[in-house]
Ligand binder design. Sequence first.
Ligand code: XMP
Length: 193
Amino acid sequence: MPAIQYSPGVRHDLEEILLTETQIQRRLDELGKEMERDYAGRDLTMIAVLTGSVLFAADLLRRLPLQVRLDCLGISSYHGQTRSSGEVTVTKSLHLDVRDREVLVVDDILDTGLTLVRIREMLGKLGPRSLKFAVFLEKEVPHHENFRADYVAFRIPNKFVVGYGLDYLERYRNLPYVGTLKPSVYESHGSAL
Ligand code: XMP
């Protein structure tokens, strides 16, 4: 399949590519194998945290030759800007029952840890048999919420990134790689980092 040509408006907004499509797909092969071993012979309930984890969840799902049930949890913690508001609200609740299930929560990025701490509290009350967390990215910052993910695809510097599900003002999620945006992009929206 020929490589997709993104419009110059998209490509030219990026300052630096931190993770290429090839790096991401190779790492997911490894992560998929690790999960396959860990969950062998068990039914898995995967919960994808909307919206940022959709590409990560989809790429993981097709690597897991297991019985998997999929649900999505809508969480809003950023409100369209580049810094955490500190507030976490549920925008879409689960429809699957997770009681006595092996639950794996899949999220895009672990930054302060606030979102996943809240999700762990919420889901823990529903009585899962096990509750694990996989994140596509973990920022190299001290996590003040002291949250540790069970699976981490990549650790990245403490920079705001877009692509592979991650957005700035709901854009760039469709990029198959991860990068940083040029300062001019933020300046044009009145939100310099
Ligand atoms: P916390 O601080 O709760 O943040 O761990 C998790 C959520 O914050 C968003 N986030 C980002 N989104 N680029 C993004 O597009 C980033 O660099 C970034 N850092 C944090 C994201 O929604 C994540 O689920």
